[in-house]
Design a protein around this ligand. Sequence first.
Ligand code: DGL
Length: 353
Amino acid sequence: MMKKTLTVLSLSLGLLLPLSTFAKNNVVVVATGGTIAGAGASSTNSATYTAAKVPVDDLLKAVPQIQNLANVTGVQALQVASESITDKELLTIARKVNELVKKPDVNGVVITHGTDTLEETAYFLSLTVHTDKPIVVVGSMRPPSALSADGPLNLYSAVALAAADNAKAKGVFVLMNDDIFAARDVTKTINIHTNGFASQWGALGTLVEGKTYWFRNVAKRFNNASEFNIENIQGDALPLVQIVYGSGNMLPDAYKAYAKAGAKAIIHAGTGNGSVAKNIVPTLNELQKQGVQIIRSSRVPQGFVLRNAEQPDDQYNWVVAHDLNPQKAKLLAALALTKTRDAKEIQRMFWEY
Ligand code: DGL
C-alpha cells in the first residue's frame, strides 16, 4: 500500500524519481572489511591477499545489478580484518545496525564482513538487535581481485535476501555460497574453499538468482524475542569471557591466568562431550567458588554437550553450552553476565538462545 501511495504521490508531484524507485525496498550495506573487500597481488591469488582494502562504494559499484533488486546505499562502519574485531568494533557494528533498522525508510540491512569471525557478529546481532527487518551478514572466501571471486555474487544474493519481504521476522542470516544460514548455528568449517560455511542443523534455505527458497525456521529466541538489547549495553566492552581449548595433557594455568585477567566466565572447549580432565576439575571448582562461571562447550564440531553426563554439573554449579560452539558460547555468556551471575539463570539462557 505504501509503495502505491508513494507512486501516486510521485506522479502527482511530478517528481523526477523513476516509479521503479518506489517499487523497490531500501537496503543499506554496512561495510566492515574482510576478504570481500580484499585485494590480492594477482588474479591467481585466491588465498594470498590483504583483507579490508576496498571501500564500500567500490564494492557496490562492482555489482551494479544490486540496484535492480533494491535501492542500495552503503555505509563504511569499519575497515578491518575480522580476526581483529574486539568488543569495541562488535558494539559499533551492532549500534550502527540498530540505528538503521529503526529508520522507517530502511527495509533491510546487509553487513559485509570478514569470514573469520562473521558467525560471532551475526549471532551477536541476533541476540541484541530488536527488529523484524532482514539482517544479512555476508563475506567471501576469495578477494574480488581473484579469478572466480565469490564476493560479488554473495553480495548480490545478500541484497536480494535483505530486500525480500518473505525474509522478515526469520532472524539474522548468514548468506554464503547461495546458502541462507541461521546466525546462531552457522560456523566456518573450511578455511580455504568457497563452501566454507555450514550448520549441523542445515541451512534455513537457499537463494538462487535472487529468489529465496525456505525449508526451515529457527527454533530458538532471536531479535524481538531476545531479553538482551544493544540499546541497554553501555560502553565499549562486554563482561570478559575467554575460551580454553581442551586436549590431552592439560594444565590448569590457562584457566587461572584468565581468571586473574578478569574473566567472569571461562568457556571450556572440552574434548568429546565437553569433558574435563580429572586434574583440571579442582581448579575449575575453585574458580567457580571465586565467582568465575565455568561453561562446558566442546571442541567437537557437531552434537551438543549433555548436562550431568560424565561431569556432575548440578553438583559443581557449572553451565553447559548445549549445541553452541565455544566462540558463540563466549558471546552468549558475556551477554548473560550483563544480567545475572546465577548459574541456573545462565543455564536457562543457553537452553533458549
Ligand atoms: N582476515 C580474514 C577476515 O577478515 C580473511 C578471511 C575472510 O574475510 O574471508 O576474516
